[in-house]
Design a protein around this ligand. Structure first.
Ligand code: C2E
Ligand code: MG
Ligand code: MG
Ligand code: MG
Length: 290
């Protein structure tokens, strides 16, 4: 059967759990039903303050648990739903689920900021701000407990980007630029955008201690971010060497497998003490009063 599927010229690879090829038409049909069948879920990955060790937020990352194919990663299906427009209902589902979860955490005494990724198509929707406002109202989550992540590539139309971001700011939502460094934003451009945070793309973090160019890039992004009075987050921290480099160069926050993989909400709740231990073992002072 794998052989037969292999004859399709266009195919998407699913995650390691499945390992096979899925016909995109079939996948699209299945995705149409995924929301109502409750096959979509969110995993959460914590972000850590590299000075205090506190968990400053969690990023919501979508997963698709298909009954036959198993866990399908967003890298496989987000491009497809982006192309077909299905990202609009799926993206709204993710936004709602993340806000609802954060509200529940808050009511149980775990107060945090949840970050939700927006795709280019979502960001271009004229009713994006209304949708977010409605989701916040429905879930009762305060706007400052929600952060949206956009990428540099979405911000090509400067006038429109500034206007959308200003409306989001007015609503009180935080804004982060994801995968920073992979696009081509100039400093002059960046300083006009009302954003709070830059996330250094994991491709630069991966080669720290190996590639001097990437070390220079990371140092430059950190100091530039601080000059603009923004917060800087490093993505994809996997080793203690990478962490040490980032701490030494005063990166504010970090995220990566070194602290925790993206987890279900139950797993995350269980893992918080372990994360605190990792943080302690690596000399990040824990100032609980902060
Ligand atoms: P992203 O927002 O840049 O998310 C970071 C990706 O890196 C995640 O992959 C995460 O699991 C992975 N990651 C985190 N730490 C490490 C690490 O230490 N090492 C390595 N190698 N990887 C790490 P994931 O969950 O497969 O998501 C991929 C992308 O799919 C995301 O990239 C985001 O662009 C998109 N995405 C995920 N959820 C949503 C969603 O709800 N809506 C939209 N529009 N896009 C989403
Ligand atoms: Mg992200
Ligand atoms: Mg990223
Ligand atoms: Mg990415």
């Amino acid at each position: 059967q794998a052989k037969k599927a292999g004859k399709n010229r266009y195919h998407f690879y699913s995650s390691h759990e499945h390992g096979g090829r899925i016909n995109p038409l079939k996948m699209e049909m299945e995705l149409h039903k995924a929301i109502e069948r409750k096959e979509l879920l969110l995993h959460y990955q914590p972000k850590i303050n590299l000075k205090t060790g506190k968990i400053t937020g969690v990023e919501a990352l979508i997963r698709w648990l298909h009954p036959d194919w198993g866990m399908v990663s967003p890298g496989t299906f987000i491009p497809l739903v982006e192309e077909t427009g299905l990202i609009i209902p799926i993206g709204e589902w993710a936004l709602h689920a993340a806000c609802k979860q954060n509200k529940e955490w808050q009511q149980r005494g775990f107060s945090t900021v949840v970050s939700v990724n927006l795709s280019p198509r979502q960001f271009k929707q004229s009713n994006l701000v209304q949708t977010i406002a409605r989701v916040l109202q429905k879930t009762g989550l305060e706007p400052h407990c929600l952060e949206v992540e956009i990428t540099e590539s979405m911000t090509a139309d400067i006038e429109r980007t500034i206007s959308t971001l200003q409306q989001l700011k007015k609503l009180g939502v935080r804004i982060s630029i994801d995968d920073f460094g992979t696009g081509f934003s100039s400093l002059n451009y960046l300083k006009q955008l009302p954003v709070d945070t830059l996330k250094i793309d994991q491709s630069f973090v991966r080669e720290l201690y190996k590639n001097p160019n990437d070390e220079t890039i990371v140092k430059t992004i950190i100091s530039m971010t601080h000059n603009l009075n923004l917060t800087v987050v490093a993505e994809g921290i996997e080793s203690k060497e990478q962490l040490a480099f980032l701490q030494q160069h005063l990166c504010d926050e970090g995220q990566g497998y070194f602290f925790s993989k993206p987890l279900t909400k139950e797993q995350l709740e269980e893992r918080i003490p372990d994360i605190q231990q990792i943080v302690k073992d690596h000399g990040i002072s824990q100032d609980l009063n902060e």
